[in-house]
Design a protein around this ligand. Structure first.
Ligand code: XMP
Length: 325
């Protein structure tokens, strides 16, 4: 029968058999899945694991600091932080198509991991080779990327359909059969703190798939501000556990007319996409209190330059996916 204890024992044994005395790296995204995958692999192979956090510049405010602080404090894992902001921005320049963005981000992640692999080997030359890459892929990621049986490709999750063909790593994906609530239980059993295990989902490609249009540094900065305001107000209203997640999306290719002060503005809309869900396979739009929505709207239009309109997405999944891209 299914218990978190069984899942952990089984996976630990399988990982030990797969890796032997070699080494592995694990990409940390700041999210629940990669954190639980890393903790599970660390339990299996200890210091043969190095975690790699790729700062691709598509993160939300405070994300990088949180990984550096919370996750390392909870696990004591070896962490390598790679600043890859310019590399990702350059690769994404001129690209607006969502699937193309996802593939580029997936590919660049792998290139950065390969570079990290070389550096880890160079830092400890006599040691065993780094042959494995750990990913926190979940069952829904596999299904929706078209990896399950008889399913269409809905989107290429960056760590499934977005992998390059010439991948040099062997993959370890210990959560591949699990749903999010099960992953949270496994994380809890492994001793990870609530701040990590109960976090709302955030996609690996980050804000890169929350800008409808080309991804640029200025747009990322603007979206980061709007997102931070929405998160702050939702947290202050005590709604974090009630909401599955609330993507904040910048419609960079859309402009709308507004009036602020004495003048006409011609800015961009921000979309709020709060949803409730059990496993992200289906979702319903969250009926948030009007006063909370009002505060978010007022603050975003007052505080974020170039945004003159806030709209609420009231679409279920299906027919809409949770993310806009
Ligand atoms: P969608 O938009 O497909 O999202 O309804 C379902 C859940 O998956 C997250 N998501 C991703 N997570 N890499 C991830 O790690 C991805 O490429 C990706 N795309 C979507 C999304 O935030 C939601 O929780």
């Amino acid at each position: 029968s299914w218990t978190t204890g069984n899942v952990i024992d089984e996976q630990v044994a399988a990982i030990q058999a797969q890796v032997g005395t070699k080494r592995a790296i694990c990409g940390l995204s700041g999210g629940v899945d990669s954190a639980v995958a890393a903790a599970l692999v660390q339990k299996a192979i200890g210091s043969q694991l190095t975690c790699v956090y790729v700062d691709h510049g598509l993160m939300r405010q405070g994300e990088t600091e949180q990984v550096e602080k919370d996750f390392v404090a909870a696990t004591g894992v070896q962490l390598k932080v790679v600043d890859a902001q310019e590399r990702f921005l350059a690769a994404l320049a001129g690209v607006s198509d969502p699937e193309e963005k996802r593939k580029i981000i997936g590919r660049e992640f792998i290139r950065v991991f390969e570079q990290a692999q070389a550096e880890i080997v160079a830092e400890a030359p006599g040691d065993q080779p780094v042959e494995f890459l750990v990913q926190g892929t979940l069952y829904p990621d596999v299904v929706e990327s078209g990896g399950g049986s008889g399913t269409a490709n809905i989107k290429s999750h960056h760590n499934v359909g977005g992998l390059p063909e010439d991948l040099e790593f062997q993959l370890i994906e210990p959560l591949r059969k699990l749903f999010k609530d099960e992953v949270r239980m496994v994380g809890q059993e492994l001793g990870l703190p609530d701040e990590i295990v109960q976090r709302q989902p955030f996609p690996g490609p980050g804000l890169g798939i929350r800008i409808v249009g080309e991804v640029t540094k200025d747009r990322l900065d603007l979206l980061r501000e709007a997102d931070a305001i929405a998160r702050e107000e939702l947290t202050a209203a005590g709604l974090d556990r009630e909401i599955w997640q609330c993507p904040v999306v910048l419609l960079a290719d859309v402009r709308s007319v507004g009036v602020q002060g004495d003048g006409r503005t011609y800015g961009h809309p921000i979309v709020l996409r709060p949803v409730s869900s059990e496993d992200a396979m289906t979702a319903d739009w969250s009926r948030l209190p009007y006063d909370v929505l009002a505060r978010i709207s007022t603050r975003i239009t007052n505080e974020v330059a170039d945004v003159n309109r806030v709209v609420l997405d009231i679409t279920s999944k299906p027919p809409g996916t949770i993310e806009w891209e």
